[in-house]
Design a protein around this ligand. Structure first.
Ligand code: G1P
Length: 305
């Protein structure tokens, strides 16, 4: 057992699951014909931010849990021979370089279908055969995290110390606990917290803390076994949080990492807008012009009030 756990600890994390089967109803009508993960912050789709973060953390195999209507995602990560040859002919090497980031080597990316929307836990479980018996990462592309050192990379480093399961964690407003998985804090080491429980979307009066799970996880394959039981949790869904909670009493346990960075909830309209403004302002090619536009706009609005 001990041996097994220490093997799990030293094993490199090379696989990541991206649950992208959601309908994106909060962004209708836009998501009527495009997957929400293709919606762009400035000029890059949401999914590209998650992929880049995973790559920076050493991920080599990318597993997408998809559903009907998501084929635009598959095309996005494929080569685009006509477009590329056109750009080559015109000598547009900069654009070709930008496109390179979107190409995945053959075999590096795999798609599994989630046929029914039974919850996040179920979505991750759908990838079980591709994950096998090794620790793996999960990234929810709705959570976009701007950080000097990418969030998943911070987690991989912290996980090398703790082993077991790890979630990204952040304090949220106490009245917002019912939108998140919440940690019941066992030991609080500041940056790393050991959890003695996890609760999915508790009402504020029932929440054990206001330390919330943000959509980055490093999980042991045991979590997939726990999901086999298909236990329904909050909202009648099969919750990933519940399957992770079953691991709190193991030797390596479950830890939360208070990551350094700013998280944008791009699953909500306001979060998406905030991210668009912040990412626009931070772009060397656009930031200055965009900033003076925003100043002008604010001044005009104030004057009109
Ligand atoms: C999911 C998880 C939740 C987590 C959240 C982070 O919820 O179930 O535990 O706190 O992501 O964004 P969702 O936002 O998909 O309802």
């Amino acid at each position: 057992m001990r041996n097994n756990e220490s093997n799990m600890r030293t094993k490199k994390i090379t696989k990541a699951v991206f649950p992208v089967a959601g309908l994106g109803t909060r962004f209708l009508p836009a998501t009527k014909s495009i997957p929400k993960e293709i919606m762009t912050l400035v000029d890059r789709p949401l999914i590209q931010y998650a992929i880049d973060e995973a790559r920076a953390a050493g991920i080599k195999e990318f597993i997408f849990v998809t559903a009907r209507g998501k084929s635009a995602l598959e095309d996005y990560f494929d080569h685009a021979p006509e477009l590329e040859s056109e750009l080559r002919k015109k000598g547009k090497t900069e654009l070709l370089d930008i496109l390179k980031d979107t190409n995945m080597d053959s075999g590096a990316i795999a798609y599994v279908r989630q046929n029914r929307a039974l919850g996040l836990g179920h979505a991750v479980w759908c990838a079980r055969r591709l994950i096998g018996n090794e620790p793996f990462a999960v990234l929810l592309p709705d959570d976009v995290i701007a950080a000097d050192r990418p969030c998943l990379q911070q987690m991989v480093e912290a996980h090398a110390e703790t082993g077991g399961c790890m979630v990204a964690a952040m304090e949220v407003a106490p009245q917002r606990t019912s939108s998140y998985g919440i940690l019941d804090i066992g030991e609080d080491g500041g940056t790393i917290v050991r959890a003695k429980g996890l609760v999915e979307k508790p009402r504020p009066e029932d929440a054990p803390s206001n330390l919330a799970i943000i959509g980055r996880y490093i999980l042991t394959p045991k979590v997939l076994t726990n999901l086999n039981r298909m236990k329904q949790g909050a909202g009648g869904e099969i919750q990933l949080t519940d399957a992770i909670a079953e691991e709190v009493d193991t030797a390596a346990g479950v830890h939360g990492l208070r990551f350094r960075g700013h998280r944008y909830d791009c699953g909500s309209k306001i979060g998406f807008l905030q991210a668009t403004v912040a990412f626009g302002l931070s772009r060397p090619d656009l930031g200055a012009e965009f900033e003076s536009f925003l100043h002008e706009l604010m001044a005009t609005q104030k004057a009109a009030q």
